[in-house]
Design a binder for this molecule. Structure first.
Ligand SMILES: *Cc1c(COP(=O)(O)O)cnc(C)c1O
Length: 357
C-alpha cells in the first residue's frame, strides 16, 4: 500500500496464478501446462527469428499469424484477433464487448480471472450457479438479458458443454455478446467456431498455452464476426500496438500450422487422463468427467487441503481452491504417464498411511 496509489489500484483484487516453483525436482501438476514441449517446427521457427531483424518492430497486426489461424479454422483473416496470451485477449474482450449497461453473467464456478477483469473495468456481474453436479445449466442463460462468458470445457471442473447447448445460449441472446473461452477445447470438447458463421454475437477465445505447449510464449487469439474483432483491435491499439514480438509471431504461426503434433499431444493427454481417472476412482475418488487436460476430484474420506499438503510433501503440486462448493476438490493437471503413476502411488500411500475415516 502506498499513498501514491490511485483509488482504483487500492480497490483491485488481482488474480493469483498457480505457483511456478523454482525447485526443479517437483512434479508440477498445478497449472495445466502440457507435459510435452512445443512443436519442433515452432522451436525451429523461433530460433530462426532470432537474428538482426529483432531491431525492427514486429507487424502490429500479426497478419501472417492471423492468416494461418484463419486458414486452420476456415475463417477470414478479419475474423481473427491475436494477443499476448488469451488472458490479454480476454481483458480486451471485457473492455471492448462485455462492459455494457446490462450486467455480465458467468457461472459461479469458472475461470477465476473473470471477476478480476470485472473489478478492473468496473463491470457489474451476476454469478449464475452451476447445477449440483457442477454442470452448466443452459436454461439459466435463455433470457437475452446481458452479455455472457464461460469456459468450455469449464475450469476448474473440466466438464464440457455439448455444442447444441452452446448454440442454444448464443441463439437465445442475440442482443448481447457471448464469449466462449475454449482454452481446453482441443483435449476433448466441441468447438463453437463453426457457429461463428451463423451468430454475429459469438466470440471464441483460444490459447497456445495448453494444447500447444507454449505457455511460456504468451499467445492467445479470438475468433468471431469481423465487427467484434474490430472492437478488440480498437482497444488493443489504444493500449499496446505490439503485444506479440517477432519471435512469438513466428513460433505461434508454426505451432498453429503443425496440426499433426497438436493431435498427437492431445491424444496422449486424453489417454493418460482416462488411465488416471480410472485409477483414482479405484481409490475411492469422485472424479468429474473431464474433457480437458486436468481432472477435478474429491475423496469422501479426506480433506482436499490435507491431501494437497501430503502430496506437496511428496514433491507433487496440485491446485486447491479455497472456494465455496469446491473446497473439497483438487484440480490435477495431466502430466506424463510416469508423472501420473507417481501421483497415483503417492495418493494410495497417503490414503493407506493415514487410515480411513
Ligand atoms: C489457462 C487459461 C487461460 C489463460 O491462458 P493464457 O493464454 O496463458 O493467458 C484462459 N482461460 C482459461 C479458462 C484458462 O484455463
Amino acid at each position: 500500500m502506498s499513498r501514491f496509489w490511485s483509488s482504483k489500484t487500492r480497490e483491485l483484487k488481482p488474480y493469483v496464478p498457480g505457483e511456478q516453483p523454482r525447485e526443479q525436482r517437483l512434479i508440477k501438476l498445478n497449472t495445466n501446462e502440457l507435459p510435452y514441449g512445443p512443436s519442433p517446427g515452432a522451436l525451429a521457427a523461433m530460433r530462426a527469428a532470432c537474428d538482426d531483424s529483432l531491431r525492427l518492430y514486429p507487424d502490429p497486426t500479426g497478419l501472417a499469424l492471423r492468416q494461418s489461424i484463419a486458414q486452420a479454422y476456415g475463417l477470414d483473416v478479419e475474423q481473427v484477433f491475436v494477443g499476448n496470451g488469451s488472458d490479454e485477449v480476454l481483458a480486451h474482450a471485457f473492455q471492448a464487448l462485455l462492459q455494457q449497461p446490462a450486467p455480465l453473467r458467468f457461472p459461479d464456478i469458472t475461470y477465476s480471472f473473470y471477476p478480476v477483469y470485472c473489478g478492473l473495468y468496473g463491470i457489474q456481474s451476476v454469478r449464475v450457479p452451476l447445477a449440483d453436479d457442477l454442470r452448466l445449466l443452459p436454461q439459466a442463460y435463455q433470457d437475452n438479458a446481458g452479455p455472457i462468458i464461460f469456459a468450455n470445457p469449464n475450469a476448474p471442473t473440466g466438464i464440457a458443454l455439448p455444442l447444441a447447448d452452446v448454440e442454444a445460449i448464443v441463439a437465445a441472446n442475440p442482443d448481447h455478446v457471448v464469449v466462449i473461452d475454449e482454452a481446453y477445447v482441443d483435449f476433448g470438447g466441441e468447438s463453437a467456431v463453426p457457429l461463428i458463421a451463423r451468430h454475429d454475437n459469438l466470440l471464441v477465445v483460444h490459447t497456445l498455452s495448453k494444447s500447444r505447449g507454449l505457455a511460456g510464449l504468451r499467445v492467445g487469439y479470438a475468433m468471431g464476426h469481423a465487427d467484434l474483432i474490430e472492437g478488440l483491435t480498437r482497444v488493443k491499439d489504444s493500449f499496446n500496438s505490439y503485444p506479440l514480438d517477432r519471435v512469438a509471431l513466428a513460433g505461434a504461426q508454426a505451432a498453429i500450422e503443425d496440426t499433426d503434433y497438436l493431435a498427437e499431444c492431445c491424444a496422449r493427454v486424453a489417454f493418460t487422463r482416462e488411465k488416471t481417472v480410472a485409477a483414482m476412482r479405484e481409490m475411492g475418488f469422485d472424479v468429474l468427467p473431464s474433457a480437458a487436460n486436468f481432472i477435478f476430484a474429491r475423496h469422501a474420506g479426506r480433506q482436499a487441503a490435507e491431501l494437497a499438503g501430503a502430496l506437496r510433501q511428496r514433491r507433487i503440486i496440485v491446485r486447491h481452491f479455497q472456494q465455496p462448493r469446491i473446497e473439497q476438490f483438487l484440480r490435477i493437471s495431466i502430466g506424463t504417464d510416469e508423472e501420473m503413476d507417481a501421483l497415483c502411488d503417492a495418493l494410495s500411500g497417503i490414503l493407506a498411511d493415514q487410515g480411513g475415516c
